[in-house]
Ligand binder design. Structure first.
Ligand code: 7RM
Length: 645
């Protein structure tokens, strides 16, 4: 079984922190020492927030339920805004926003605070109160952050639903949380088109009896929307009438801050519950130390606020630290494939945090695009969301980071709230493809299938101690919470990821265990085969799934996209198979290679292996509503059936 680990274990490149970076870094070695007493460490981190009254106990742990900083009172919006208004940060840009069509807005901390105050009062004027749930269904515009912070300010619980989700998905999430209001927009721009969010919201609201109000931001220039009677309100009209001054509610540390829905392996999405004090403590601390945040940084996390990465590292983490964030509405290839680099250059972005899938797309598009822009302001790069293949890591480092920026590969989940396994950029020597070691105060342990702790080798990633940003439950279904996360390995949180620990105790995340295949008794990480495939000079991206095989249990089917300008030569399939054999070993030789112009992805950029598996097995396709482009799957299915006939 360890053959699958050999490719990663044989990675010998090491990147120690550049001395000049280390000399100025926020985090030093002493942070790891401090982390050895997790409760003391997190209590120390909590002290950097503004509390309205102090906590009486740091942690109450009745497995699997944790309560952090009980008795403490605070307000998340006040921590992200009010405390920055006393000094020079008042007129510092909080949000630098760019719309896809090229429109721009800059909101200083003072301006953002006023907008949040107005929105908070507007919500109150509609009768929305503490603990009410509010659905937010917006594009990446400043109003998304404003709405989230306004909810936090009055103690309402936000449930952000990614703007790319369908009306039905929105409906189900609203109903599950029994939200009383939805905040949406007439539309949002994506590749030049206005996505009609209000129309989808109308469809959803037709079947959501709990919704009393719908607030509509005017984003589009040409969108015609119909406002319905007492139910619908224009955002700008409500806010015009509202005072910018709204007192922040004193919330208990354990009061809900938000619910965020995430797909499980099966069934309906789970409403992941996050509370106020612990969550804010963890995202503020990780933003400060993992991204080495300084006052003059321009921080760009490219995630949509519809995902947890957007919650934690576009909104709460950076704003709690008084940082300047960049927010971009649209697609990375609109109007050209250099849009990201143009943004980095024009705003002087210093810290860039994005996903490996994006990096692989940039690789495919070629170096000419970044080369056209001034990327010299960048000093730190981050990745999140999936394992990064060493090839992409090195490309990111060289082509985007100019060989000088440390890379932080950060492992975490919607459920963990904040970053869990990551380098500290001034301290940790990095290895391409490894998320390195747990953040101080985080206890991760590798276990085998029977739950025994492992010192090294391959196994399952578990967390052994509670952490402040952990999910508290699944909204309305605590039974499912216990079942999903705490039953597979009793006494431990099971992340659902396979991982390995190398001889130096570095973590290599192999991906969800549902993606780990068993071929003739050998476990193979799909990511490893993919990494080998994308290492081939012709390959841009690859996705590997298991297919039932009479003799071997499972066989590998690889879906491959080629780099711009590369041709499918008659020998390419065999070349690729041999390449994989060379990189990993004969057990990983793909049985099938299917060339495709594109791979099916969720709108957040994750390859949907489940759908590829359906194709490989010749089954009917599963649910495709989270696909960015469902047509891709159908094209693939057709191609695969052609091959079989
Ligand atoms: C932040 C986020 C969580 C799943 C997780 C992993 C995978 C995330 C990494 C990663 C390897 C990483 N939340 N994952 N980060 N795998 N290296 N640095 O993505 O809830 O949407 O997804 O994503 O499988 O379990 S999430």
């Amino acid at each position: 079984m360890n053959e699958q680990l050999d490719t990663l274990l044989s990675e010998t490149r090491r990147f120690p922190p550049p001395p000049a970076f280390a000399a100025r870094a926020a985090a030093t070695e002493t942070l790891y020492h401090a982390g050895r007493d997790p409760q003391k460490f997190w209590e120390e981190q909590a002290r950097s927030l503004d509390w309205m009254s102090p906590w009486t106990e740091v942690l109450v742990w009745k497995p699997p339920h944790a309560r952090w900083f009980t008795g403490g009172k605070l307000n998340a919006a006040a921590n992200c805004l009010d405390r920055h208004l006393a000094g020079y940060r008042k007129n510092k840009p909080a949000i630098i926003w760019e719309g896809e069509p090229g429109d721009q807005r800059v909101l200083t901390y003072a301006e953002l605070a006023r907008e949040v105050g107005r929105c908070a009062n507007a919500l109150k004027s509609l009768g929305i109160r503490r603990h009410d749930r509010v659905a937010i269904y917006l594009p990446m515009i400043p109003e998304a952050a404003i709405a989230m912070l306004a909810c936090a300010r009055i103690g309402a619980v936000h449930s952000v639903v990614f703007g790319g989700f369908s009306a039905e998905s929105l409906r189900d999430r609203i109903n599950d949380a029994q939200a009383v209001a939805v905040i949406t927009a007439d539309g949002g721009y994506r590749r030049g088109q206005l996505l009609p969010l209000k129309r989808f919201a109308d469809e959803a609201i037709a079947e959501t009896p709990s919704i009393k109000h719908c607030i509509v931001v005017r984003r589009g220039r040409e969108a015609a929307v119909s406002l319905q009677g007492d139910r619908d309100h224009w955002w700008h009209e409500l806010l015009e009438r509202a005072s910018p001054n709204c007192e922040a509610e004193a919330m208990d540390a354990e009061d809900l801050l938000f619910i965020l829905y995430t797909s499980g392996t099966t069934g309906k999405p789970k409403g992941i519950v996050h509370t106020t004090g612990g969550y804010l403590t963890q995202v503020a601390a990780t933003t400060r130390y993992v991204f080495d945040l300084r006052d003059d940084d321009v921080f760009w996390c490219t995630a949509d606020v519809g995902w947890v990465t957007g919650h934690s590292y576009v909104v709460y983490g950076p704003l709690a630290n008084g940082a300047t964030v960049v927010m971009y509405e649209g697609a990375p290839d609109w109007p050209e494939r250099d849009r990201f680099w143009s943004i980095v250059g024009r705003y002087g972005v210093t810290i860039l945090y994005t996903a490996p899938t994006a990096i692989r797309a940039f690789m495919k598009w070629g170096t000419a695009h970044p080369a056209r822009h001034d990327l010299s302001t960048l000093r730190l790069l981050g990745t999140v969301g999936e394992p990064i293949n060493p090839e992409a890591w090195i490309w990111y480092r060289e082509q985007i980071g100019g060989g000088r920026c440390p890379i932080v590969d950060t492992w975490w989940q919607t459920e963990t709230g904040g970053i869990m396994i990551t380098p500290l950029p001034g301290v940790t020597t990095t290895k391409p493809g490894s998320a390195t070691v747990p953040f101080p105060g985080i206890s991760a342990e590798l276990v085998d299938a029977s739950g025994r702790a492992l010192e090294r080798g391959g196994g399952f990633l578990t967390l052994t101690e509670p952490w402040p940003g952990m999910l508290r439950t699944i909204y309305g279904d605590d039974e499912r919470y216990q079942q999903t996360y705490w039953s597979r390995f009793p006494g431990r949180y099971f992340a659902g990821d396979g991982a390995k620990l190398d001889d130096e105790g570095y973590w290599w995340i192999l991906g969800r265990v549902d993606d780990v295949l068993n071929v003739a008794g050998h476990r193979i990480g799909t990511m490893e085969v993919e990494s080998a495939l994308v290492d081939h000079p012709s390959v841009a991206e690859a996705a590997v799934v298991g297919k039932t095989h009479e003799l071997k249990g499972q066989a590998l089917a690889a879906f491959v996209t080629l780099k711009e300008g590369k041709q499918i030569s008659p020998s390419l399939k065999d070349d690729l198979k041999e390449h994989v054999v060379r990189k990993i070993g004969a057990i990983a030789r793909p049985d099938d290679i299917i060339f495709s112009a594109d791979l099916p992805k969720t709108r957040s950029g994750k390859i949907m292996r489940r759908l590829l598996k359906d194709i490989a097995e010749g089954r009917a396709l599963g649910d495709t509503t989270t696909l960015a482009d469902p047509a891709v799957v159908n094209r693939l299915k057709e191609m695969y059936e052609d091959k079989e006939s």
